[in-house]
Design a protein around this ligand. Sequence first.
Ligand SMILES: Nc1ncnc2c1ncn2[C@@H]1O[C@H](COP(=O)(O)OP(=O)(O)OP(=O)(O)O)[C@@H](O)[C@H]1O
Length: 552
Amino acid sequence: MYSQRVLESHPAGCAGDNLLSHCSGIESMGRMQMELHTGIELAVALIKQDTLPALLDTATRQLENAFGLSKCWALELDLSGRTLHCGQLGDASEFDCGDFSHPFAHVLQTGKPRELTRAASYRLDHTGFQTLFEHSDRPRSLWLEPLTGADGRTLGVLALCGDHDDWQSIIGQPLYTGLKQLLVHQWISQLQTRDQVWQRRMLKRSLDHLHDAESVRQRCQQLSHTLVGNSEAMTNLRAQVVRAASSQLSVLIQGETGCGKDVVARGIHDLSERAQGPMVVVNCAAIPDTLLESELFGHTKGAFSGADQAKEGLLAQANGGTLFLDEIGDMPMALQSKLLRVLESRQFRPLGAREEQFSDFRLVAATHQPLQQGIDDGLFRRDLFYRLSQFPLRVIPLRERTDDLEVLSRHFIRLYVEREGSGPLGISSHALKRLAGYDFPGNVRELRNIIELACLQTAANGDIQPEALRLDDLLMDAGQAASAVADVATIPGIPVAEEIRDLKAAAQAFEAAIIRERLQQYRGNRAQAAESLGLPKRTLAHKCLKYQVTDV
Ligand SMILES: Nc1ncnc2c1ncn2[C@@H]1O[C@H](COP(=O)(O)OP(=O)(O)OP(=O)(O)O)[C@@H](O)[C@H]1O
């Protein structure tokens, strides 16, 4: 205890009055020096603390030792000013300042110190206070004092616990007031440091946020050169593509045919950290079921009849890059299970091989088919669907974002001029109006075809006019159509013109009948049938699925 330590250090045995007064002079000087030394030691220890909890801990231990207290607590008022916290009390460390069942609320409200006797303490029905009382060895008395900074800011409450009758003999001592002042000063400086740290952290967070937002904005801007469109839907889609590109999640792109799923997949690859790696595109609808597995997994020499060379699969080729599985809805069920296994481990075994191989690819898949329907019909694995659609993206049809028509049209005119060396300057507002009234079943691909055909029919340096837009009849004019109808009139399944009541259904029946007939003609060879009809293989495959034309 500090006072005892001071007394114990007095020089012993002074005799006679003079001597006595001399002795007492020396004694008081010694005591002053001792007090000063002790005070400086304590002050240095307080100043050294660099966190608020360490400061409060050191200060309360100093007060306990210096004044022989059974316990000293420093309760901190939180930022809201509603709760006092006592770090050393564990679970019972919070005191609601509006709850007058403990005495700290009263001290804070009045801003004045008060004494609390043991008997009064026993009567208080507050769990937190009783825990504090218990941890203080149930003292005879508590001295509760609010601590306030020079600016009037309330910091908290200091609670001194001991068996003292007269608290004034302690709180009146210069050492006590000095320590308390220093504690308050250091407390405020810790709060200021904490505020500054917090402000710096907030500033850094805002700057990081701004930086992220700026980098997303720049990437969206970059993407807008290939994934063109001003509509809100397209702006949102670009932001999603940028997000998807920065992750490693599997992406499933859904949307009608021709709406830009390939463009989206390419954007994801180009903006990802795999951009320098390969992008391997597999059209599941264009590769016959029997070949798809060996194309994907590869095979060893002699793995099956006709495999006279070992072949690296597309999965292996996609190592370090992106594997784009287009028309995933057309993947046969047996292969779906194998793909699921590959997606879980990135391990696969080429046909005929003994060893497994590993390929680090990122998967992007696309489909124009409603996969949910495929799942319900038992044609698509639900677990694969979830595995593919970790980051789902939907490209909405062009007819639902007519705001994009102008910018897309100008984009395709520019591409035409770049390719052909000359062409129209732009497109007239009347022509744009005409486009807006059309519903583009073939989406952006159809718009591109319409614009390119219109470019051909527009004088260089002129603007595309409505007459140059061949909507609906892009593939054949009336004369050609009539002769085509005459040619196919003998094909079974073609509706008789006079009996047609539903033009769309009739047109579909017409298409289906021609495809069926052409497939028969080429003995089921889809590539030849597609070529003879001027269609890409995949388009023919889509139409076969759509019209349920089975191979002959
Ligand atoms: N937003 C766009 N900006 C620029 N070009 C686009 C856009 N969307 C589509 N295109 C163009 O339209 C054509 C068809 O696009 P794409 O092949 O990406 O469609 P898709 O949805 O993948 O079609 P499918 O279902 O038949 O595979 C392409 O020439 C493509 O470049």
